[in-house]
Design a protein around this ligand. Structure first.
Ligand code: UDP
Length: 241
């Protein structure tokens, strides 16, 4: 088995990672693909925690405007959406033989555990994939901040931020074919250049706890394994750039 550069990781998947390009909700093929990637890291002996978003179902600020409801209510709806996604990932992983637990920052006793830091770490030590749902449990932030928070709490070695493109670019590579990909950036470069990697609060938390962030394309076959093995794919964000 290859030596893992990052043994305990937090994988941040946005809700978009579970749906087809412009669709809504959850797509079975995308879900299976994500499950298979997580399983391959688990099979290498990686301790995997997943923080899943909810943007494929509800984004708090958008639904609040559309439905003419209070913004805070919209954010709670967004958090509930992440629980829906977490259950889908749980079932998919268990169907391929990966033991899991879902821990939610908003208590939903009938469907999952509540977030308990020490219990989450114990699950990881026992080889279970832990799926963290409901972000931070607080409105007005996103699951990126949830990922940085959980990574800090469980002493993760890295945050893997899965995106639709293979790293951080100086402009949108979908719109600009000349866009240049960065291979290595510092936390300060990301914050000062306003590169849209993750929320500033998420970058700040990772910087304070010295947790590297690797931005990579979840659709690259075996991409997650390559990242945990330290292969130079995607963009690395840390203090050494
Ligand atoms: N959300 C929140 N607090 C959190 C995490 C998420 O209020 O700690 C809400 C927020 O409204 C957000 C929605 O949940 O828009 C879905 O999360 P996110 O936008 O991070 O999902 P993604 O874009 O990653 O799919």
């Amino acid at each position: 088995m290859p030596e893992l550069k990052y043994k305990r990781i937090v994988l941040k998947i946005s809700g978009e990672g579970l749906r087809r390009d412009s669709g809504f909700g959850i797509d079975a093929d995308e879900l299976k693909r994500v499950g298979a990637e997580i399983k391959s890291v688990h099979d290498l002996g990686g301790e995997v925690a997943v923080v899943v978003g909810g943007g494929n179902i509800v984004r708090g600020s958008q639904i609040a405007v559309h439905a003419q409801i209070e913004e805070a209510t919209g954010h709670y709806m967004g958090m509930l959406a992440t629980i829906i996604n977490a259950l889908a990932i749980q079932d998919t992983l268990e169907s391929i033989g990966v033991p899991t637990r879902v821990q939610s920052a908003v208590n939903v006793d009938r469907v999952c555990e509540k977030f308990i830091r020490r219990r989450a770490m114990r699950h990881l030590e026992k080889g279970r994939v832990v799926i963290f749902a409901a972000g931070t449990g607080n409105p007005f932030v996103t699951t990126d901040t949830g990922a940085a928070l959980r990574a800090s709490e469980i002493n993760a070695n890295a945050v893997l931020k899965a995106t639709k493109v293979d790293g951080v670019y100086d402009s949108d590579p979908v719109k600009n074919p000349e866009a240049k990909r960065y291979t290595h950036l510092s936390y300060n470069e990301v914050i000062n250049s306003r590169l849209e990697v993750m929320d500033v609060s998420a970058i700040d938390l990772c910087q304070r706890n010295n947790i590297p962030i690797i931005v990579f394309n979840l659709r690259t076959p075996n991409g997650m394994c390559d990242v945990v093995c330290g292969k130079p794919i995607g963009t690395l964000v840390d203090s050494n750039a």
